[in-house]
Design a protein around this ligand. Structure first.
Ligand code: ARG
Length: 665
């Protein structure tokens, strides 16, 4: 059930019958101007087209347009008589009888009333795609959780979805562990316990590289700070000398410079902290001195791998399966799967060909020894082969595009990747367009950063990114404290045994992390706050899971099954006798609208908002409408039906968010 399109269809018919029909440039656009009502007092939806049409039509005004439209509208079967409000809004209130019938239908439908889209698209989703030589960290949550939710939601809507985990299994990170293995590794330990040992080698080399980079950067940052401070002082002076508007402008400029100074200082501080951490550790300090050229040496190991050096290829073949095992363990805990896992290495043999192809077609050319694609709209070209012959991340992405076109021929390709890669994707899409490598809509579904309590990217005390696994463990522990505390559990009969407690806290804990992530507009950064995420009240998955568990407990207390309720409604239908029933019923029928909104701009937070509003509507209903002691059998049947539907909708919505429910908590 999708009310806006239902109204749009009716408005489209009505508009074609209005006296001003011939004056409308794009009637469908006006017909589609249906929004949820700003205030439920005035209706459920509102049509906003009379205002723009009123401006367009000669000798008319919006209220007149609205009046004529209402005369032509055929809505009797679904809607009360529309009302005009304010400058020309048309308020639409759905008829109770219409809602009741739709709810009865929904009860008999195993898709919660969501009809599959009429013209399904083939959508390829590139998500998660971690660089695998290092353990997954907090930075991988967002792509994995958002990508998985989009995949499930679009599939549920009826689209054909192909998921592809574009593993970073071929880049510098392998140069890092190969270097680490050769210089600090113990082959026996790597053989016996590869995963933690490789992670350790990665950390050592990464830290040494960071150390030398920081040493180089400190004087740069110092100079930058001095330069910015001078500019800031000058700007401040100018602002003091200026008056009125001019002064305001100058003050703004000074403020913006002050911010730049602060950020340069933060960079300096973090570089100094990086240096201090190594200085404080005699073993690492000694290693740092002995490996002063480590940055370049790691790149050399990577180049040798790419040039098919037998030793490095053998190491890569030895390490890769363990790296994959490591990430697969996390995926299985997160309950995430992929149709394909075509890593960067898969495309390696195609890179030379793609560069040649672009050169031959005159789309790529040489500049300073490198092969580049020049684009009018960008200052810098896209480099696809460096002067030393090495290929880049971008080259792989071009080969990937062509492979996807040839193999899957998708209508859309979604890249669920950090916003910091925006420029890469802008260029990639521009090159794809210019070179016609693919015939699909390409979208960078970008997202912001997960921040710690201090508002900076979340790190451990030693400065490395927090491992994803330990984060999951912490969440499960926090969930245990909240949902398995003895005060709450006394109410459960029979009591929870240890196994149930473990299952509940795992589902609640993992759910909390996913839900919190998906609840934020993906483009903004958010602060990671575990205690808020697992709280039993507020916009959390714990609250949604608890609402689901309440629906099952109501059925248990009434000693009915879902099948009993379906049967009762088939016989008696649904009839509202309380405003809270209608509000909940309408909310449930808006499930499809929420899902379509997710697809509209690839934003799962619409679905999270929907789950929360549903849980809230259910809670109000539950406070105000007795089920067990309902006045009549018919009233009780309606209420039971709403309870069943709430349970189903919340369960289905959470499942699309990648979250599992529990029967009781
Ligand atoms: N491996 C990359 C990273 O960790 C992300 C890859 C995203 N997908 C792509 N086709 N570029 O930054």
């Amino acid at each position: 059930m999708h009310f806006p399109s239902l109204f749009t269809g009716r408005f489209s018919d009505a508009l074609s019958r209005c006296s001003f029909a011939s004056q409308l440039d794009d009637p469908d656009r006006y017909a589609a101007m249906i929004r949820p009502a700003g205030n439920p007092k005035f209706g459920d939806y509102q049509a906003n087209c009379a205002m723009p049409i009123g401006k367009l039509v000669a000798d008319s005004n919006p209220r007149q347009v609205a009046a004529e439209l209402i005369e032509q509208l055929q809505l009797d079967d679904i809607c009360e008589t529309p009302e005009i409000a304010g400058p020309g809004f048309i308020n639409l209130k759905l008829k109770d009888s219409f809602l009741q019938d739709r709810l009865a239908e929904m009860l008999a439908d195993d898709r919660c009333g969501v009809t599959p889209v009429a013209s399904p698209k083939k959508i390829l989703i590139d998500y998660s795609s971690p660089n695998v030589a290092k353990p997954m960290h907090v930075g991988h949550i967002r792509t994995t959780v958002i990508g998985n939710c989009l995949a499930k939601t679009l599939q549920f809507l009826g689209h054909e979805v192909i998921t592809d985990n574009h593993l970073g299994d071929w880049g510098t990170q392998f140069g890092i562990i190969i270097y680490g293995y050769k210089h600090f590794g113990d082959p026996e330990v790597v053989r016996q316990d590869p995963v933690p040992e490789l992670a350790k080698l990665y950390r050592i080399v990464h830290q040494l590289m960071g150390y030398h980079k920081a040493i180089k950067n400190v004087p740069k940052y110092e100079a930058e700070i001095a330069r910015l401070e001078d500019l800031h002082a000058a700007a401040q002076q100018e602002a003091e000398g200026a008056e009125g508007k001019e002064a305001k402008k100058k003050r703004k400029a000074a403020e913006s410079l002050a911010k730049k100074v602060a950020s340069a200082r933060a960079n300096l501080e973090s570089a100094r902290a990086t240096i201090a951490a190594t200085d404080a550790d005699p073993v690492m300090k000694q290693r740092a001195e002995a490996h002063a050229d480590i940055g370049k040496a790691v790149l050399d190991e990577t180049s040798k791998l790419h040039a098919d050096d037998p030793e490095n290829i053998a190491l890569w073949e030895q390490f890769l399966p363990h790296c994959k095992d490591e990430i697969n363990r996390i995926y299985s805990r997160l309950n995430v799967t992929f149709d394909h896992t075509l890593g960067e290495s898969f495309y390696h043999p195609m890179l030379g060909e793609i560069v040649d192809d672009l050169k031959q077609r005159g789309l790529a050319s040489e500049s300073d020894g490198a092969i580049c694609v020049f684009l009018d709209q960008f200052d810098a070209p896209m480099i696809i082969q460096k002067s030393d012959g090495a290929y880049l991340y971008a080259t792989t992405d071009l080969a990937t595009l062509r492979y996807r076109q040839e193999t899957f021929n998708p209508d859309e390709v979604l890249y669920v990747v950090d916003a910091r890669q925006s420029e890469h994707f802008e260029k990639l899409f521009a090159v794809a367009e210019a070179t016609k490598l693919i015939d699909a809509k390409l979208v960078h579904v970008s997202f912001g950063t997960v921040l710690g309590e201090d508002g900076r990217p979340m790190k451990t005390r030693s400065g490395t990114l927090i491992g994803l696994e330990s984060l999951l463990d912490d969440a499960v522990e926090a969930a245990y404290q909240v949902v398995c505390n003895p005060d709450r559990l006394v109410k459960l009969n029979p009591p929870m045994d240890d196994q149930e407690k473990r299952l509940v806290s795992e589902r609640v804990g993992i759910g909390a992390i996913k839900y919190a992530d998906l609840s934020h507009d993906r483009t903004s950064d958010y602060k990671f706050n575990l205690s808020k995420m697992v709280a039993l009240s507020g916009n959390t998955s714990t609250y949604a899971q608890y609402s689901f568990a309440r629906t099952t407990s109501i059925l248990r207390r009434n000693e009915v099954t879902e099948a009993d309720v379906v049967e009762r409604i088939q016989a008696a239908g649904i009839t509202f006798t309380h405003a809270a029933e209608r509000a909940l019923g309408l909310q449930l029928l808006q499930f499809q609208e929420a899902l379509q909104n997710v697809y509209e701009d690839y934003r799962p937070n619409h679905l999270v908002d929907y789950v929360y509003s549903t849980a809230e509507a259910f809670s109000k209903f539950n406070d105000q409408c007795h089920v067990l002691n309902a006045e009549t059998d018919a009233i009780q049947s309606t209420r039971l039906a709403l309870v069943v539907l709430t349970g189903r909708v919340i369960k289905q919505a959470l499942e699309l968010l990648g979250i599992e429910v529990v029967e009781r908590m």
